[in-house]
Design a protein around this ligand. Structure first.
Ligand code: GTP
Ligand code: SPV
Ligand code: MN
Length: 596
């Protein structure tokens, strides 16, 4: 069906949806309203419109069929944590790691900005389904937006149209209202109202701020629902790791933004690991529920990838290079004269290049990078060749292990395992990592990012820790918990570990630990692999590098725990006692190890 340009909703739209759309239209005053059905025709007509008005640039049809480049406003290139608010009734419910605004105050402020903000524009109504069709875990939202770029991106990232309306349940839907407004950074707001299941996002057109099904619904609002209903909404990849005997082990991995989730999800096994493979279920978000048997089951709410471009190459990740070659929207990458995308780390740069803002770019002469460090691609998960056959399983996949990670140039070993669930929760809670270009602000600064959820937990982080700990008392088969760090640097400032495909060596150790097979040394921080159990001989890494990667330096850990202690103190008296005790135990283990 061709998109209907009408004020009248299609027949299958329930009253509560059409009433809400109408009430928003009365405030924002769009010239017209489009009800999106998620069809290919609709997608093409939106893309054509954006090509003709310059919002998209069509790329080389021969080498990048059906691919487009979008250049965003130069001041609107990453998530804006400073403009993100949790508008819970009680300030304490937002907690010390979130910005809070009282719901009344937020409504009053936003109402003024919303008044007439869509005059002269079309408002797109996007009913979307998050998660597999016919899954008890899936959810429906409706996003209203005046951005056609957001509309097509939502059509890639979620299931749009009738399928969403069919899943509407009595308990309603999440309401998302987005307007590009004037893109005025001083009036940028991404507000979440957990009590109303409502998101209002103004004056940004950037992915995580504007595709409201993603971080706003799937994480910030869903985490509140998960707390209330006994499940987990996490910033996690989900993969199935196939070993040579054909066994599949499913694991999830929580690493902060731009810290390796997509690359681990789309990992191509190195030649020396015959018989192994990695099957993708999710590259960014996991909804994890306990089933009636007590198994942790994970589903992916999304249906596309919105992922980082720089440093992706045939060498680092050929599977990503393959998938972005068709039906892909690039944002803020550089462009060569033959209309192909380019970014730093892709390989030789073409002779003639335009940077992400469309300016001629000459290597060594032009300032800054050609592609923005947070340039991204948006593409459907369906066209990925190693998509897990279980991706669409309404019951999700059974999880054997949870991995925490993040960028640490020092301290954290390549991989280690926690002693228990509680110790693993501490491992996640004390995650302190280097910031990246995925959010505006300084890059490379250490900050506490518990469970990689600092920007995404929609409620008090101390209550979130309590929620994680509560799973011990449920009849659950608790996954094992690990931490990995492929980003440790050597004295020469280079990565000690080759990363990317070679990370399968680390995943193999994790799988074998889950199956009770891999050796480890007990250290104060947890179980660290013996060099032999990593079996990295085929990688030709010097023994000294491996021991450096696995080194646990007690005094440095004691310093780290001092900062954990300060962080925990900043969370006030809601911090669960169990977590405090786990921290004291870890400190004791390190201290007695030094003195023994
Ligand atoms: P978000 O989409 O922001 O949540 O990011 P992500 O966690 O999915 O990170 P992604 O896999 O996109 O990687 C981010 C950046 O880190 C890219 O430039 C990657 O090339 C780089 N990267 C990923 N894995 C590795 C690795 O194992 N080693 C090194 N050195 N770099 C890596
Ligand atoms: C992240 O920043 O973690 C992302 C990109 O995955 S965004 O959708 O902008 O949040
Ligand atoms: Mn992410």
């Amino acid at each position: 069906m061709i998109m209907t340009l009408t004020e009248e909703p299609p027949d299958d739209v329930p009253r509560n949806v059409s009433h809400w759309v109408q009430s928003v239209a009365e405030i924002t005053k769009p010239d017209s309203v489009s009800w999106c059905d998620g069809s290919e025709e609709e997608f093409s007509s939106l893309v054509d419109k954006m090509v003709s008005d310059g919002t998209l640039i069509k790329l080389n049809e021969r080498t990048y069929p059906n691919c487009y480049l979008h250049r965003s406003d130069p001041n609107d290139v990453a998530r804006s944590e400073e403009a993100t608010f949790i508008c819970s009734r009680d300030k304490d419910d937002a907690g010390p790691t979130n910005n809070w605004m009282a719901p009344d105050e937020a409504h009053a402020k936003l109402r003024k900005l919303l008044e007439g903000c869509m005059v002269g524009r079309r408002m797109y109504v996007i009913p979307y389904l998050l998660g597999p069709v016919n899954s008890p875990y899936s959810q429906v939202g409706v996003e209203l937006t005046d951005s056609p770029y957001v509309a097509v991106s939502m059509e890639v990232m979620t299931k749009v149209g009738h399928v969403a309306l069919e899943h509407l349940r009595k308990d309603g839907f999440v309401k998302g209202l987005h307007s590009m407004g004037t893109l005025d950074p001083r009036n940028k707001y991404i507000c979440h109202f957990p009590d109303e299941k409502l998101i209002i996002s103004l004056n940004s057109n950037y992915g995580g701020n504007a595709l409201l099904g993603k971080k706003c619904h799937s994480l910030r609002l869903a985490s509140v629902m998960a707390r209330d209903e006994g499940w987990l909404a996490e910033h996690m990849l989900i993969i199935g790791i196939e070993s040579p005997d054909g066994t599949l082990t499913y694991v999830t991995g929580a690493f902060p933004s731009a810290s390796g989730k997509t690359n681990l999800t789309m990992l191509k096994p190195p030649d020396y690991m015959k018989g192994w493979n990695v099957w993708a279920v999710s590259d960014d978000i996991a909804w994890v529920h306990l089933d009636s048997e007590g198994t942790f089951r994970a589903t992916n709410p999304e249906s596309g990838f919105f992922a980082v471009a720089p440093n992706t190459s045939l060498k680092t990740n050929p599977r990503i290079m393959e998938i972005v070659k068709r039906n892909t929207i690039f944002t803020n990458v550089a462009l060569s004269s033959d209309q192909t995308p380019w970014w730093e780390g892709m390989g030789e740069h073409p002779r003639k290049l335009w940077d992400w803002q469309g300016r001629v770019w000459t290597a060594g002469r032009s300032p800054g990078s050609a592609a923005h460090p947070n340039s991204r691609f948006t593409t459907s998960i369906r066209q990925y060749s190693s998509l897990s056959p279980e991706y669409d399983n309404p019951n999700g996949v059974p999880i054997s292990a949870i991995i925490f990670g993040g960028r640490r140039s020092e301290l954290v070993p390549l991989v280690y395992e926690s002693f228990s669930w509680e110790h693993g929760v501490l491992m996640g809670a004390m995650l302190r990592v280097e910031t990246t270009a995925a959010a505006s602000g300084e890059v490379g600064v250490l900050r506490n990012d518990p469970m990689a959820m600092k920007p995404f937990c929609g409620y008090n982080i101390a209550d979130y820790f309590k929620h994680w700990l509560s799973f011990t008392s449920k009849r659950g088969k608790l996954p094992r918990i690990f931490q990995i760090n492929p980003f440790r640097l050597g004295p020469d400032g280079r990565f000690l570990w080759p990363g990317y495909g070679h990370n399968l060596v680390v995943l193999k150790w994790i799988v074998e630990r889950c199956r009770g097979r891999a050796e480890a040394v007990e250290t104060p921080i947890g179980y660290v692999p013996t060099p032999a159990s990593l079996k990295v001989a085929a990688m030709n890494l010097p023994e000294s590098t491996i021991s450096e990667l696995l080194r646990v330096e007690n005094p440095a850990w004691i310093d780290e725990l001092e900062s954990t202690r300060l962080f925990f103190e900043s969370l006030g008296d809601k911090l669960p006692k169990t977590l405090q005790q786990e921290l004291e135990r870890l400190i004791d283990r390190l201290a007695s190890d030094i003195h023994s």
